[in-house]
Design a protein around this ligand. Structure first.
Ligand code: NDP
Length: 259
């Protein structure tokens, strides 16, 4: 059994991509894992994969932008697996537009999903971590939380908000055995990046392979990061060895964001 045996974790957006990789990594560490998202089919598939590793798991359909659904999800996890003391706020959406094309709906959806959803989950779970004198919160932000870039105002604003939330709650719980950190990946090889490549391809009339090359070129390593690299770091941040790491926004991008 790994470092996380006996712990219960929640991974929002755990049905695919980075969230799925983190859910499996936590399970390999021994944790029981709840995965949530809006699509039941992929959640069930992830739960089967976790059970094949060993620990118990549960799938919960929940839109993190809806506070009542978050409250119901937390109650369900407690009933199915016990009180979660590990929270991975991974659910997120991305989009790109110049400022004048950024609609109210796009702005609201990005802020509600990427920042408010994480806030709802943290407010529901962190007090229990404080009570237990142990907890881990990992917010999957982005390099767009550490630096701005053209045409991603709504996304960057939402991820900067998520990093601000991370840093503030980390300070609030620092003496309580709870750590709160963010992981800030560059482009990761997931469906989200497939959609970014398709968008570039449609806009520039390049084929998708060329569009992916552009995205790979944002990293000094000339490659996309993998979901498993992000997941390994998340598992490390959950470990006892990482108890001194708090309030950080750790970049995983091959070296483009250095400050
Ligand atoms: P995917 O699009 O593959 O997965 C996104 C996940 O979030 C899905 O499981 C989706 O499930 C879930 N989700 C989206 N909206 C909601 C919602 N309202 N309520 C609950 N779940 C929701 O993306 P990735 O795996 O690539 O991204 C995961 C996280 O990593 C995101 O926060 C993203 O911003 C961040 N990130 C990604 C990078 C990349 O290059 N891919 C780079 C940097 C950060 P469903 O649709 O079923 O609800």
């Amino acid at each position: 059994m790994g470092d996380l045996a006996g712990r219960v974790g929640l991974v929002t957006g755990g049905g695919r991509g980075i969230g799925r990789a983190i859910a499996l990594s936590l399970a390999h560490g021994g944790a029981e894992v709840a995965v949530s998202g809006r699509s039941a089919d992929v959640l069930e598939e992830t739960v089967s994969a976790i059970r094949a590793v060993g620990p118990r798991a549960t799938a919960i359909v929940c839109d993190v932008t809806q506070r009542s659904q978050v409250d119901d999800m937390v109650a369900r996890i407690k009933k199915d697996l016990g009180q979660p003391l590990i929270l991975i706020n991974n659910a997120g959406i991305a989009g790109s537009a110049k400022l004048s094309d950024t609609t109210d709906d796009m702005w609201d959806a990005m802020l509600r999903t990427n920042a408010t959803g994480a806030f709802y989950c943290m407010r529901a779970l962190v007090p229990h971590m404080v009570e237990a004198k142990w907890g881990r919160v990992i917010n999957i932000a982005s390099i767009a939380a550490r630096a701005g870039a053209a045409y991603i105002a709504a996304y960057a604003a939402s991820k900067h908000a998520l990093l601000g939330l991370t840093r503030s709650i980390a300070a609030e719980v620092a003496t309580k055995g709870v750590t709160v950190n963010a992981i800030c990946p560059g482009y990761v090889d997931t469906e989200m990046t497939d959609r970014s490549a398709a968008f570039i391809s449609a806009r520039t009339r390049r084929d998708e392979k060329e569009a992916r090359k552009i995205l790979e070129g944002f990293s000094p390593q000339q490659r996309l990061m993998t979901a498993e690299e992000v997941a390994s770091l998340a598992s490390y941040l959950c470990s006892e060895a990482a108890r001194g790491i708090n309030g950080q926004g750790i970049v995983v991008d091959g070296g483009s964001v250095q400050a």
